[in-house]
Design a protein around this ligand. Structure first.
Ligand code: ATP
Length: 347
């Protein structure tokens, strides 16, 4: 509550209020440097807040030592103890907690099996791949069944295939452990698929908190529109006209009505899948880049000026030649409108 953090003159986090429900999978996204890690480190107790309070359960933990907060953490640089084996690394938190030898051995075995590390228990970290090390650090974090697990880009160093596997693993782990997870990522798929709620941060501020589809379908600001969706929403500069419509800079007139005064600068947002192929469509341009993903494709259209560059989603089997001009129409109910301050305008 009212949590903030400055480093000297740099404000990393402006006063923020955020409540995380027990058992929730909360994902924090936002551009580099927006304060995601700072927020997580404040919760973990690795940074002292400049102001505000941190409650965990009912208890004020603002000044509690990290070890007393009942949290476990996984960071992208998975610092394992190099001189300890995998089993000793995983069991370390239990040893610190003075659990019995037999109990430690059983728990380590159980968690290692869960993360498919059973065959590697005798190895030292230097003899592991990056993905295996990352799994050991996750195993070490969950071995005490923490009620809250903090994860800062835990999959960032893995190859694509392992990332997907580990993403599924986190979903299963969350379902099985029922722990509260706070997860920082740059990855759209991780955010959309894992989160119960997503927190979008921008320039040290929390921009919006909501269910993934809520944010996708109704981003509260341009920052949220940019942060959610890949490829991102098409954002086109425009102006309101004398009769309350919107005109794009190239003169294209949209029927979208606004209550802003004439001449106000607005931004029109259209998701790539909401551009519908239409011969006489409002939007178009030559295909400059065509990305075939299999089940679907993305056509990048260049305009004569860059402000008109658009990305449109097409079916996977659609044939396109580079340079070919494609035109698209839009369903006006799918258009997002943002005002001069970057905030979403009501439809
Ligand atoms: P990334 O996605 O690149 O990891 P982030 O959203 O996690 O970024 P933070 O690491 O929270 O961003 O940093 C937020 C701001 O605070 C940045 O401007 C950063 O330079 C600054 N900052 C973070 N830690 C410190 C520090 N120890 N001293 C000074 N400035 C810091």
């Amino acid at each position: 509550m009212g949590l903030s953090k400055s480093f000297g003159g740099t404000v990393a986090l402006t006063p923020a209020d955020l409540t995380v429900d027990a058992g929730e999978f909360l994902v924090i996204v936002g551009p580099s440097g927006c304060g995601k890690s700072t927020l997580l480190r404040l919760v973990a107790g690795l940074e002292e807040p400049s102001a505000g309070r941190i409650l965990i359960g009912e208890r004020d933990m603002t000044h509690a030592a990290p070890a007393d907060r009942g949290l476990a953490m996984v960071f992208q640089s998975y610092a394992l103890y190099p001189h300890l084996t995998v089993a000793e690394n995983i069991g370390f938190p239990l040893r610190v907690a003075r659990r019995g030898k037999a109990e430690i051995a059983a728990r380590v075995r159980e968690v290692a099996d869960l993360l498919e590390l059973g065959d590697l228990l005798g190895r030292r970290p230097a003899a592991l791949s990056g993905g295996q090390r990352q799994r050991v650090s996750i195993a070490r974090a969950i071995v005490r069944e923490p009620s809250v697990l903090l994860l800062d880009e835990p999959l960032s160093n893995l190859d694509a295939e392992l990332r997907v596997r580990m993403r599924h693993e986190f979903a299963r782990l969350h379902a099985r452990l029922g722990s509260t997870m706070i997860y920082v990522t740059h990855d759209q798929l991780e955010a959309m698929t894992l989160a119960n709620r997503i927190v979008v941060m921008n320039a040290g501020r929390i921009e919006q908190v909501g269910a993934p589809l809520e944010l996708y379908d109704a981003p509260a600001s341009l920052a949220v529109a940019r942060a959610i969706g890949s490829p991102g929403m098409n954002l086109l500069p425009g102006q309101t006209t004398d009769d309350g419509a919107v005109r794009l800079v190239d003169g294209t007139r949209l029927g979208t009505a606004t209550t802003l005064p004439p001449g106000s600068a607005v931004t029109v947002g259209i998701r790539p899948e909401h551009l519908v192929p239409a011969e006489e469509g409002l939007f178009g341009g030559p295909v400059e880049l065509f990305e075939r993903l299999g089940p679907l494709s993305f056509a990048h259209l260049g305009g004569t000026d860059t402000e008109h560059a658009l990305v449109a989603q097409l079916p996977g089997d659609r044939r396109v030649t580079l340079g070919e001009t494609l035109r698209f129409g839009i369903d006006p109910t799918r258009v997002h409108l943002f005002g001069p301050d970057g905030n979403r305008l009501p439809p």
